[in-house]
Structure formats: C-alpha cells, structure tokens
Design a protein around this ligand. Structure first.
Ligand code: PMP
Length: 418
C-alpha cells in the first residue's frame, strides 16, 4: 500500500484543522491517519483507490459495516424531503418506539447527538431526582470528554480526588467525582454504604469497560451495584455508548440480566449517523417536564432518526447477533492464536464483537496499549489492514472469513519482521 497520498493529505489538513484530525486520538494512527475516499461493508478505500480491511468501524458505530443499503435507503428517502425542522415529525416517536422495544428497561427516552452530551443529561437527571451532587465512576473508564467526567482515567487513579485528564479542565467540578475500581465488589459496597453522607447521586458504569481493556463484569458486581443503589437511593446508569446494540440487541441489561435505571446509547444506535439517547425509567426522564433542562438544535433530527429506526429494524433479527458472534469468535481464534505465539506474547480480550489487544504482563489504557501494538498497527496498515491506535478491534456483520484470512496472513508476515 502506498500511504503517500494520506501522508500528504495529513500534512495539508494540519495547516487548516487543529492537529489535522477531527477528534484528538485519531492523530495517534501509525504512521499517520489514513485518508479515506470511499467506504463500503468491511472495507475503506484511500485517496489512491487502495482497499483496506477496516477494524476501526468509525470507532464503534458500524455494527452493520459501512453504507448498509437498508440504512442508506431510509436516510436518502427522508433527506430528500426534509433535513432538520426544529419541530415535531413522525420519526421522533417512531424511532423512539423502536429503541424502547429493544431495551429491556426502556420506558422513555431523550434524544441528543453525541455520547458525551447524553452522559451529561443522564447525570443531570440523577442529580435532580436524588437532590445529591456526586457521581461514582470507575478507574480507567471513559464517558466522554466533558470536564465533569474526563478524569480518573489511570489504573491508580482511585479514590476521593479524581485527577483531570486534560489541560484546561476546571478542577472545581472534579470534586463531584468519586472513583472506584471495576469489578471490586467490596469497594463499591463500602462507598455506597455512605452514599447519603457522601452526597452520591449516581453510579456511572460502562458494563464492559469498552475503552479500558474490555472486561466483562462479574455477575456479583452488577448485582451488587443494583442492590446497593436501590438500598441507598442512588441512580444506576450504564454508559452503553460503545456496548449498546453491539454486544446484544438490548445491551448489557439483556446480556448480563441486571437492569440499570438509565442507559446512555450512541454510536451503533444510528448505524453511522449522529444520534445518542438516554433511555430508561419514565419517572426519571419525565423530570424534563418539571424543571430539568434538556436541549439541542440537532436533537432528534429526521435524517439521524431515519437511520436509528432502520438500524433498530435490522437489529431486531436475531441472526445479526449470531453472525456478529461467529465472525468475532473466528477472528479471536485466528488472530489471537498468532498474537499468543508472536515475538512478545499478547492476547485478545473479547466481549461479543468488541475485542482488545492486550500484551501479556502489561495493562491497557484509554490512549493505547503497550507491547508491540504500535509496530503491528503500522505494519498492518502498510499491508492493507486498518486497526485502531488503542488496540480496540471492532467487527461487523460485513466482515467475512476471507477478510479474517487476509488479516491473519498479513499479521503473520508483520510479526515475522518484528
Ligand atoms: N462513553 C463511552 C463508553 C464512549 O466510548 C464514548 C466515545 N468513545 C463516549 C461516552 C462519548 O461519546 P461521543 O464520542 O459520541 O461523545
């Protein structure tokens, strides 16, 4: 693959766009971001027309791959008639009904645009309902880039004072965070036993630590969260921005059998378009008719909601999740096997169609993973396979055995050269 056209495009982008990328971490792509001119199914084409197998899947949303015709037809149909109207339209409730039907605890929802926004709304609802201020999150988990939650991102960052993860953040809002450890039942029990005294309104948890190693929750852990939140009057919020509609149609509540009060969805919900939602208990959501402000010019726009509705209709077929599971399991066996026997052993963590490269004896973090990943990343891109800098790997229903075989062949060569 000649990456020269992308290198030149990146240089030009840096002259007009801050850091040359639309979202900060994309700049970590080795040796530089790929510039794409077309994307279909499991593949993208660069500016020279070279084809790459895509395991980035736009950082998660594309459970059905790029340009699925069922989603595109629905979007093109509505886009020709209206784009954004700032008043009622039928898709607002038709798409909402389709989402609520999929989610076990879905009684009502609020539309917003990004996961970051929806997390903030969920926290506002929890604070309004409890009259309390603080939120428990778990070390290393990412919930968007907003000042109030972009903290507590390292392994050791556990306890009462959350460390900010960006320059320029307001330190005062971090007093609202308490950082616990994922899957540590004893720790969360201790914290929640003092929920009233500590002013804790909500527990915010990504049930599979999507951005921090991909770890399934122990049954005990989620059940403890549920029972202790009930006991101590705390709102339980699942951040399912990555996991939602990817690990199961009904998300973590369906897969693990423990229901939260609210879930935040984004990414996969709109099949590649921009839309997010807070979904859950009607009494919490209905606070928006009683003084809780929720707003946004682009919330619930017809184009995105046509995509949400079409996506929900496709995902209602159980065969989608069977395909996702089998293709992901095949990938795990083929690629995981090569990594285990590579020059510095590594393995894949997997929950459904989300996988994570984890080097033996090393931890992963939001910003990346160690071991040989950055060399593998560069070598694979040059061989026509695109992975994420963080070592997260997204599969879709569009990936085929032939893609996995090609990936395995390329990886074998790359590992041999390291
Ligand atoms: N929560 C989780 C678990 C996420 O992975 C992300 C994005 N990667 C967000 C929230 C924020 O979503 P967005 O990028 O749409 O603001």
């Amino acid at each position: 693959m000649g990456l020269e056209s992308s290198r030149i495009a990146f240089e030009r982008a840096r002259r007009s766009v801050g850091a040359g990328v639309g979202s900060g971490l994309r700049a970590a792509m080795q040796p530089h971001p790929l510039f794409v001119s077309e994307a279909r199914g499991a593949h993208v084409w660069d500016l020279d027309g070279d084809r790459y197998i895509d395991y980035v899947m736009a950082w998660g949303p594309l459970v059905l791959g790029h340009s699925d015709p069922r989603i595109m037809d629905a979007v093109l149909d509505v886009a020709g008639r209206m784009q954004i109207v700032g008043t009622g339209h039928v898709l607002e409730y038709a798409a909402a009904e389709a989402v609520l039907e999929s989610v076990p605890h879905g009684e009502r929802l609020l539309w917003s645009n990004t996961g970051t926004e929806a997390v903030q709304i969920a926290l506002r609802l929890a604070r309004a309902a409890t009259g309390r201020r603080r939120v428990v999150k778990f070390a290393k988990s990412y919930h968007g880039w907003h000042d109030t939650v972009y903290a507590g991102l390292s392994d050791t960052d556990c306890g009462e004072v959350a460390a900010p993860a960006s320059r320029g953040q307001s330190p005062s809002v971090l007093d609202d965070l308490v950082v616990a450890r994922f899957n540590d039942v004893e720790m969360i029990e201790r914290i929640l036993a003092e929920a009233a005294e500590r002013d804790i309104a909500a527990v915010l948890v990504d049930p599979i630590m999507s951005n921090a190693g991909v770890e399934a929750p122990s049954q005990d852990f989620l059940q403890t969260l549920r029972s202790r939140c009930d006991q101590h009057g705390v709102v339980l919020i699942y951040d399912e921005v990555i996991a939602g509609f990817r690990i199961a149609r009904g998300g973590a509540a369906e897969l693990f059998g423990v229901r939260p009060d609210l879930s935040v969805f984004g990414k996969a919900m709109a099949g590649g378009f921009t839309q997010s939602a807070v979904v859950g208990r009607a009494d919490l959501i209905d606070q928006v008719t009683d003084g809780v402000v929720h707003a946004g010019t682009f919330n619930g726009n017809p184009v995105a909601l046509a995509a949400v509705k079409a996506t929900m209709e496709v995902l209602a077929d159980p065969a989608v999740y069977q395909t996702l599971e089998s293709v992901s399991a095949q990938f795990e066996v083929a690629i995981g096997g090569l990594l285990a026997s590579g020059p510095r052993a590594a393995r894949l963590q997997r929950v459904g169609s989300l996988l994570q490269f984890v080097p033996d004896l090393e931890a992963t973090s939001l910003h990346g993973t160690g071991g040989l990943w950055s060399q593998i990343l560069g070598g694979m891109l040059a061989s026509g396979v695109m992975f994420m800098p963080s070592g997260k790997i997204f599969l879709s229903t569009a990936h085929r055995q032939a893609d996995i075989d090609t990936t395995a062949d390329a990886l074998e060569k790359v590992l041999r050269q390291l």
